[in-house]
Design a protein around this ligand. Structure first.
Ligand SMILES: Cc1cc2nc3c(=O)[nH]c(=O)nc-3n(C[C@H](O)[C@H](O)[C@H](O)COP(=O)(O)O)c2cc1C
Length: 350
């Protein structure tokens, strides 16, 4: 059986190892969604990963859900990301763009004309979102009209095309963390009575439409998807995850995706059900270290492992894992919103 350090083909790419860097929001973008210049250094420092998954990037002006997060909407976004992907490629790395629409998480102040955020149903998220002026309450979103929904799926496809223009090697559809796609999956958030609500098939329709439109735009072999069933975030509950996720696993078969990325971040263990039913490349994420990641690969339970927090302070994670070198700890104060400090100043030992 292979190890974490063996190569693998994922879609159109040949990866030198099976260590994937998880998508991690670090909030180092300008107010207009253009990533700051040193973001290129951050990703280039991590180029020895088999594959880098970028932080979540908003697909349209209606999709932005957090302050200081980056977009892939305008020509300025594309040009800034091109500098970043070139820096990664120069170091012989590979990078996918993670694409998201935050749905009801957004605040009107970031949306065109102060619009209400859109969601499957007009159900407000409790709590507050951080802004530069302090925390603000979430608002009741506007429920999308039936004939608007497929157009919103198309926003992911347009952003995917821009991602490839910007030099990304592919895109990861963010169907996790309680953002728009997972808002459709969860019956406690989606209370629609049209073809996008009710049954499992109806609630998964938006996800599959996004998959199909993105695949048509950039190729299924350059398209991956992240799922995090029952994640304890953004009020995800998913009482019927046991039915929904096996349905999604089967529905994704035959669609030729580069990979499925399953993160076990809640009360539903996605790995075994997906491995059993899903025939393509399966990347397992959340809570792994070198030993447990290798064990997953060697037992055949996954093809690749996605590592998040270990990558914050260890740009050369592959080398450290392989050589058994101790890991550095990230400073929690600079994970989000910082500048270069706590971002590009964690050294490699190699
Ligand atoms: C600082 C930080 C930011 C994150 N941002 C994202 C994100 O933008 N998109 C996403 O899908 N997951 C995000 N996550 C979740 C990670 O991708 C990953 O699933 C999670 O951290 C569990 O993996 P780990 O135990 O290896 O850290 C984030 C996690 C952290 C720690």
């Amino acid at each position: 059986m292979p190890t974490l350090y063996d190569p693998i083909r994922i879609g159109a790419l040949e990866l030198p190892n099976r260590v994937i860097m998880a998508p991690m929001t670090r909030s180092r973008a300008q107010a207009d969604g253009v990533p700051l210049p040193y973001v290129a250094d951050y990703y280039a420092q991590r180029a020895s990963a088999g594959l880098i998954l970028s932080e979540a990037i908003y697909v349209s002006h209606m999709a932005k859900g957090y302050v200081r997060t980056p977009g892939l909407v305008t020509p300025e976004h594309v040009s800034a990301w091109r500098t970043i992907t070139e820096a990664v490629h120069e170091k012989h790395g590979r990078i996918y763009a993670q694409l998201y629409h935050t749905g009801r998480v957004a605040l009107p102040q970031w949306l065109p004309g102060g619009a209400l955020p859109v969601a499957p149903s007009a159900i407000k998220l409790n709590g507050q979102n951080k802004t530069d002026e302090g925390p603000k309450d979430h608002v009741t979103p506007r429920a999308l009209e039936t004939d608007e929904v497929s157009g919103v799926a198309g926003e992911y496809a347009s952003a995917a095309k821009r991602a490839l223009e910007a030099g990304f090697d592919g895109v990861e559809i963010h169907a996790a963390s309680g953002y728009l796609i997972q808002q459709f999956l969860d019956p406690t958030i989606n209370q629609r009575t049209d073809r996008y609500g009710g049954s499992i098939e109806n609630r998964a329709r938006f996800l599959l439409d996004v998959v199909d439109q993105v695949s048509a735009a950039v190729g299924a072999n350059r398209t991956g998807i992240k799922l995090s069933p029952r994640i304890k975030f953004n009020e995800v509950q998913e009482p019927d995850a046991e039915e929904m996720y096996p349905y999604i696993a089967k529905a994704l078969n035959g669609r030729g995706l580069a990979y499925v990325h399953g993160a076990k971040q809640g009360g539903y263990d996605i790995h075994a059900p997906f491995r059993e039913r899903y025939k393509g490349i399966y990347a397992a994420g959340a809570g792994f270290n070198a030993a447990t990641g290798n064990e997953m690969i060697q037992s055949g339970a996954a093809d690749a492992i996605v590592f998040g927090k270990p990558y914050l302070a260890n740009p050369d994670l592959v080398h450290r894992y392989r050589e058994g070198i101790a890991l550095a700890e990230a400073d929690p104060k600079t994970i989000y919103w910082g500048g270069e400090q706590g971002y590009v100043d964690y050294p490699s030992v190699s």
